[in-house]
Design a protein around this ligand. Structure first.
Ligand code: UD2
Ligand code: MN
Length: 787
């Protein structure tokens, strides 16, 4: 103590005072610093909120300015992602589709790997349960009673309180690390953005092309007593709906990430991975998660067979599968990060159907409701193409009455899918038309990528990847990547993989849009006004078939583009045969449709169509393909490009030689070439430079030089020259190279008995003689063969 006193004396005291003072100073300083940091933080936060509000205001203004339409091209950078190979979902259920033709698809269900299935199942569970937690969050707002866990979902995209406490408990446990709680302020900002956009929907332009009236008029005139069930609501109710649905939608989005995105690039958000179901999904339900169902019971087998004809697929099984079952999210991994514009156009989804099975029709509709952002889904239009089944009348109306967005049209006369679709389009009010078959399941995130393409370019016609719902076990089956739709002669639709070279050359990833020469037909989105500018479908096409060719050629040749969008996926039940009746003969209906398409769109290539087994369609006595004037006029008015342009630019891989063979026609006996000189046939020494020696062997099997054709005289054995006539069977010859007995011969199929073209010994004429496979004067060879 004495020592301490001694230290505090004199200079020691001064030092101690300084020391204490500096400590006090330090403490004050730190406190001040802390306060100023808090200030800055608060300021920063304020600024951020203000900035985000500004962005949102800008977006709202933009959507006001863009009232004339939504087609301003902005490249989607999110597509340029590296190839993703180890996507789990891709390894599940993968089957080959290459080379198989639509309508004949028979799938085998034995390839499924159960362990992968399990993984897929659990990952899917997380998504669903995640939604349930959102339901919990909402529980104070709405209370609706859910019926059974899997079957009925009475509200369109409206979340409700889930009363099954077991499932909720389960979901909360599972969900802890899955759904991070959103930050309140940020949530508000985003919500405002969407609400503002919602309040200013895209105005609907009325089609201006005079042709539109005609097309619509024709359809309407045949639809007698169309019943349109519209649930018109006043604006207030609609606004309320928007207020309810949009914030809920937002909850599902990872808000933290979304904000980062908004700051980088205003006006976009990450594609929404919606899978909304009102009831918790029963993981043990039949067909849940898109898995195959194998029936072991013999009685059930008999039932499957008994009911097969109702839809030409496993109807018995379909009826047991939940209407809102989950299916594996099969998109390439990178799709989830794709950026989508906030102000996408709305769509009307159009299903036309005839005698569709109840459960598949409903599953199709529910999949649209459950997996589409409500603000983009303007309405669902169901066009009943004069079905004969009772349940598709009042029962359907009653069921759909709970969904204000559903409109039903019951056609009084059977129109066929083409005119039925047009009837649906005629009442549609969405900016974009989205056509779907009535036995589909739309997958997670299916809609936004389609609408995004239309938004970027209104002349783009995007199609989802069509995946397979097995007709036998109802499993959801993935298809190969890089597939595009093509046609082979005679206009048969098929799938074909892009070549390795093409993929490399264009630096393509599995998520990039694929240019598609021909669409499958059933599933696509198209700007509504553009659809009418193109003259919709040819209303002269009947029942089924060919309309996919028509619209594909029309789109490409008249300035549009068709693309398959791998980030959008929809499952479809491919049936072995049409499950409904054709009012007239099926084959005749389809070939008549195809002939109409060929006559309007194929130019000089139409003979390739007729030449592949459809010669008989040229005979007007055999078939009346109807009036084509309007269609030809339409093509002229639209100033569409030629079919040759289409082949050169859109589908250069097509095998489309304009003739079967051409050049000099060499006779093996005379060792000279056929010459058409001053109206008569003779032989000269072969000379490629001599135009008089050049002949075509056409797809209509004519031996033709310019417009002159060689044919047998109607009676007798001599040969005559005729003005070519595509319908004249007298002018058709069979000729092919090869090793068969009659190879190299030129055989008429007009004169009774086997008669062949033969060079006269003197070389001054050609004759018609009984075919003799040893006779070298009956053997001919063209310079070039193409087919
Ligand atoms: C494919 C297309 C289909 C259509 C067809 C060619 C896909 C997945 N499917 O055959 O959309 O382009 O090729 O025409 O790309 N329907 C009617 N009325 C009729 C006939 C059919 O409304 O008179 C309905 C039918 O209920 C179904 C849709 O049209 O919803 C397509 O018929 P489909 O499923 O028999 O055709 P699909 O898939 O074999
Ligand atoms: Mn179909």
């Amino acid at each position: 103590m004495i020592k301490l006193k001694r230290y505090l004396r004199g200079s020691g005291r001064v030092l101690a005072c300084v020391f204490i003072a500096s400590i006090i100073w330090l403490i004050f300083d730190m406190a001040a610093l802390r306060m100023s940091i808090n200030d800055v933080n608060g300021q920063l936060l304020k600024e951020r909120i203000i900035r985000e509000r500004e962005i949102i205001n800008q977006q709202a203004k933009m959507s006001q300015v863009k009232q004339g339409g939504f087609g301003h091209p902005v490249p989607n950078q999110a597509n340029n992602k590296p190839l993703h190979v180890d996507n789990l979902a891709e390894n599940v259920y993968r089957r080959k589709r290459t080379g198989k033709f639509i309508g004949y698809k028979q799938m085998d269900s034995n390839e499924i790997n159960p362990s992968q299935l399990q993984t897929e199942k659990s990952s899917k569970m997380r998504v669903d349960l995640d939604m349930n937690e959102q339901h919990q969050l909402d529980s104070s707002k709405t209370k609706t009673t859910t019926k059974t866990a899997d079957k009925v979902i009475p509200n369109e995209n409206k979340h409700s309180n889930v009363e099954d406490s077991k499932m909720v408990e389960h979901s909360n446990k599972k969900n802890v690390d899955v759904a991070p709680k959103p930050q309140v302020k940020i949530e508000q900002a985003n919500t405002t953005a969407l609400l503002k956009l919602k309040k200013e929907p895209h105005p609907v332009k009325t089609p201006t092309n005079p042709l539109i009236k005609d097309v619509k008029g024709k359809v309407n005139s045949t639809i007698t007593e169309t019943q349109v069930k519209t649930n018109v609501k006043d604006e207030e109710v609609k606004a309320k709906e928007a207020l309810q649905s949009v914030p809920k939608l937002q909850e599902k989005v990872d808000l933290k990430e979304n904000v980062t995105v908004v700051r980088k690039k205003p006006g976009v958000h990450k594609v929404l991975s919606l899978d909304v179901t009102q009831s918790p999904r029963n993981p043990n339900a039949v067909g849940q998660f898109g898995r195959a169902v194998i029936l072991s019971n013999k009685d059930e087998d008999a039932e499957v067979k008994r009911r097969w004809a109702e839809g030409h697929f496993n109807v018995y099984l379909s009826d047991q599968i939940p209407l809102d079952r989950a299916i594996p999210d099969t998109r390439p991994e990178t799709c989830k990060d794709n950026l989508i514009h906030n102000d996408l156009p709305s769509t009307s989804v159009i299903f036309c159907f005839v005698d569709e099975v109840w459960s598949t029709l409903l599953r199709s509709v529910h999949s649209v409701f459950n997996r589409s952002p409500p603000n983009l889904l303007k309405e669902i239009i169901l066009v009943d193409d004069c079905s004969t089944r009772d349940y598709l009348k009042e029962q359907l109306d009653n069921y759909m009455a709970q969904f204000p967005k559903v409109k039903i049209i019951h056609l009084k006369e059977r129109q066929g899918l083409i005119r039925a679709r047009m009837a649906g389009a005629a009442v549609a009010t969405g900016d974009v038309l989205t056509f779907l078959d009535s036995h589909v399941e739309c997958n997670v995130g299916w809609l936004e990528p389609l609408l995004e393409q239309v938004y970027l370019d209104r002349k783009k016609v995007p199609c989802p990847v069509i995946e397979v719902i097995s007709d036998k076990d109802m499993s959801y089956v993935l298809v190969d990547n890089f597939q595009r739709g093509i046609f082979r002669w005679p206009l048969v639709f098929g799938w074909s993989p892009l070549s390795e070279d093409y993929i490399k050359k264009h630096n393509m990833t599995i998520a990039d849009p694929i240019r598609c020469p021909v669409m499958a037909g059933g599933l696509f989105s198209i700007d509504r006004n553009y659809f009418y500018e193109l003259g919709a479908y040819d209303p002269g096409l009947d029942v089924w078939g060919g309309e996919n060719m028509e619209i594909s050629f029309k789109i490409w040749m008249c300035g549009g583009e068709i693309e398959i969008i791998p980030c959008s996926r929809v499952g479809h039940i491919f049936r072995g045969q049409n499950p409904y009746k054709f009012p007239k003969d099926r084959q005749k209906t389809v070939e008549r449709n195809l002939a109409r398409v060929a006559e309007v769109w194929l130019d000089e290539y139409k003979d390739l169509f007729y030449g592949h087994g459809y010669h008989h369609l040229l005979d007007k006595k055999h078939i009346d393909i109807g009036d084509l004037e309007d269609q030809i006029e339409l093509r002229k008015n639209l100033k569409c490009k030629s079919f040759k342009w289409y082949l050169d630019n859109v589908y250069p891989e097509a095998d489309a030689p304009i003739v079967k063979a051409e050049g000099l026609v060499f006779n093996q006996g005379l060792r000279k070439c056929l010459t058409l000189h001053k109206g008569s046939l003779l032989f000269e020494t072969c000379d490629l430079n001599q135009q008089s020696q050049h002949f075509n062997y056409t797809w209509l099997r004519n031996l033709q030089r310019e417009n002159v054709c060689i044919g047998p005289e109607s009676k007798g054995s001599s040969i005559a020259l005729y003005l070519c006539d595509r319908a004249n069977v007298q002018l058709r010859w069979n000729h092919r190279l090869g090793s068969s007995l009659m190879a190299d011969h030129i055989i008429t199929d007009y004169v009774w008995g086997r008669m062949c073209l033969e060079a006269a010994l003197k070389g001054d004429s050609v004759l018609l003689r009984s075919c003799d496979h040893n006779n070298v004067f009956q053997k001919w060879e063209f310079t070039h063969y193409f087919a």
